[in-house]
Design a protein around this ligand. Structure first.
Ligand code: FAD
Length: 496
């Protein structure tokens, strides 16, 4: 979403869905812009603004929060002014970049949303080794800007996710086992702290903050305005898709979990098991290299359980990134929903959704796999699925205390439970289903969850997101935000 006083509304009719797709251009007439914040140069959207309802919509249509204002920062000075303003007037606030927080932690009722989505510069260094990126950049914009120079930062798969949230929570994507998480490629950042000071942080300067913002999650320490990342050369990659019959779940899960976390680092893969009604069982992945070698390297998996169908395609990386990101259908209620493109990694078919997660460190036994089958057989929505994000490789080699992201070492994969639905009347039973599903898996999993797949219903979420790194995060929170100005329902607590 572009919330800028410079731009004109191009398409008001499709506005709401364009917001979710990150393509909305807004107009602001001078009369619409209350000068709430002295010295603020960007647009401030309040409830009487014609575009307020569009501007307050995040990606997850399950939430309809009503902020008193949305301050759309045009530059770092605006961020400073906004922080000084909320601090002085004791106004509750949250920070928003891409607006993809599963639980809408970048929105609130009544207070102010400090929106950085206009900070969208991408500057590649002359030697193509690093890129400095505004904290409002979205993933596809970033992939495209870097592809021009045949370089990449390993990020997630959805085009419209913001770089800020994805980086600070970790950032798993289909280059990850070779290049690490997004946060593993972060070299430096700039942040506006609770006092309105601009802080630079890297391995030598404010190194504790640099540690915390690689996995400690967004919204906790200050407003990040800029990131500097290490770049990797990239060219063609080979996408593979393996489909099995849904009835072979037990054998496929056993084979995949033996193979995926231990495969050649150049392969990263995701196993998707849909509801019984949709009956899809597939592994989608990327090999950084050509088709012949990809075939050899996936042979242990395809040899263990004979697939119904296997395809390979060697394509420019940017083409692969587009295929993976291409799925969010928000059709009008009652109309048919199109089939996802075969490589789509994210499965939200409907605007309202809930996702949650668990980490697996020991291979799932048959009883656990049967529990998955039972729940997917009784799902109230055909759209429901679990995805296994395969870890290992470069992700796991980073020592657990080197960054705040704690899911390293013997972590095998992240289970990503997902359900989406169209109407509010289906909220209760859809939420009940996914909560029950996750609960019944607890005997079989590690007790840890991914902060970027946040879930308000996880008990003891702080330990489960941060594991053994929690205490250190709390003391860094105290140093940079001693009064707990940066708060949301799952913000890192101050030490008692
Ligand atoms: C469709 C979809 C696909 C996804 N795909 C992937 C994937 O492939 N891999 C993966 O790892 N994750 C993925 N995610 C999860 C994603 O990483 C998180 O939802 C992430 O937090 C979103 O970041 P955002 O900036 O878009 O969201 P926002 O909602 O804007 O922000 C998320 C959190 O960060 C805070 N924040 C935002 N900007 C700043 C800032 N500038 N400074 C400080 N704090 C800030 C917010 O307050 C909020 O708490 C996906 C999510 C969705 C909805």
């Amino acid at each position: 979403m572009t919330l800028s006083r410079r731009r004109f509304l191009k398409d008001t009719i499709a506005g709401a869905s364009l917001i979710a797709a990150g393509q909305l251009d807004l107009v602001a007439s001078a009369a619409d812009e209350p000068k709430l914040i002295p010295g603020f140069s960007g647009l401030i959207i309040t409830p009487k603004h014609a575009l307020y309802d569009q501007a307050r919509q995040n990606y997850n249509g399950r939430f309809s929060l009503k902020p008193a204002s949305i301050a759309c920062c045009e530059n770092e000075t605006d961020v400073v002014k906004a922080i000084e303003y909320v601090r002085e007037h004791k106004i509750p606030f949250v920070i928003r970049s891409g607006g993809h927080s599963y639980e809408a932690f970048s929105l609130l009722d009544d207070g102010m949303v400090i929106d950085v989505s206009n900070l969208r510069s991408v500057i590649v260094s002359a030697n193509k080794k690093t890129a400095t990126v505004g904290s409002g950049v979205r993933l596809m914009q970033l992939y495209e800007a870097l592809w021009d120079k045949r370089v990449v930062i390993p990020c997630g798969s959805c085009a419209t996710v913001g770089i800020a949230g994805v980086t600070m929570g970790g950032g798993f994507g289909l280059l990850g086992r070779r290049m690490g998480l997004t946060c593993d490629n972060l070299l430096a950042l700039k942040m506006v702290d609770a006092g309105g000071n601009i802080i630079e942080s890297n391995k030598d300067k404010n190194a504790d903050l640099y540690w915390a913002l690689r996995g400690g999650g967004g919204g906790n320490f200050g407003v990040v305005t800029q990131f500097t990342f290490r770049l990797h050369p990239i060219n063609n990659v080979t996408i593979f898709r393996i489909k099995w019959n849904w009835s072979e779940i037990v054998e496929v899960v056993k084979a995949w979990q033996d193979w995926a976390p231990a495969a050649d680092d150049r392969i990263t893969s995701i196993l998707t098991i849909t509801s019984k009604a949709a009956a899809a069982l597939k592994c989608v992945g990327v090999f950084i290299g050509g088709e012949k070698q990809a075939q050899e390297l996936i042979a242990p998996l395809t040899g263990a359980v004979k697939p119904a169908h296997v395809t390979f395609s060697t394509v420019p990386f940017i083409e692969a990134a587009k295929r993976f990101s291409a799925f969010k259908k928000t059709k009008a209620p009652g109309t048919a929903v199109a089939e996802p493109p075969p490589e789509a990694v994210h499965m939200q078919v409907h605007p309202r959704f809930k996702n949650t997660s668990d980490y697996v460190r020991k291979p799932l036994e048959e009883e656990a796999i049967r529990t998955i089958i039972d729940h997917l057989s009784q799902s109230p929505q055909e759209s429901s699925c679990v995805q296994f994000d395969g870890y290992g490789g470069a992700i796991n080699r980073v020592p657990v205390d080197e960054t705040a992201f704690c899911h390293r070492g013997d972590t095998k994969f992240c289970i990503h439970y997902q359900i989406s639905w169209a109407h509010a009347k289906d909220d209760a039973h859809s939420l009940q289903w996914i909560n029950d599903f996750r609960k019944s898996m607890q005997p079989f999993v590690s007790g840890l969850t991914y902060v970027n797949y946040c879930d308000r219903d996880v008990q003891d979420w702080a330990h489960s997101c941060y594991g053994e790194n929690l205490e250190r995060l709390m003391s860094i929170k105290k140093k940079y935000d001693p009064e707990g100005l940066f708060q949301f329902p799952q913000s890192i607590p101050l030490p008692v």
